[in-house]
Design a protein around this ligand. Sequence first.
Ligand code: ZN
Length: 131
Amino acid sequence: MDDLYREVIIEHYKNPGYRGRLDPYDIRFADNNPLCGDHIEITLRTDESGTITDARFDGHGCAISQASADLLVESIIGKSIEEVKHLNKEYILDMLGIDLGPVRLKCALLSLKVLKAGVYGLGEASDSLVE
Ligand code: ZN
């Protein structure tokens, strides 16, 4: 499996720039990927115009889940809540730049699922959020 990991994934896994938890925050959501044991929590701050002014992720799990969360959180600072609602799985796959089988895809998409459940204000995250 290791030879499939691009350097960017290893780099973001080992040295995440956006790991942490904002306090106070405006939006928070957390969920698990039980297939792999990944856990991701995302906290966001927004301004009155609905722009994301800061974002962090916390959690544990495999390199793909944690690297995709770091890349995602970094990329959404400065975007509007409306923009984030329209992000899809291609957005994550483009950032990761590798082909993933169905099991690893769940790892890669966990952070987007958590983010979208948070910005939509849902009680539960569903896979349909990241199709
Ligand atoms: Zn995983």
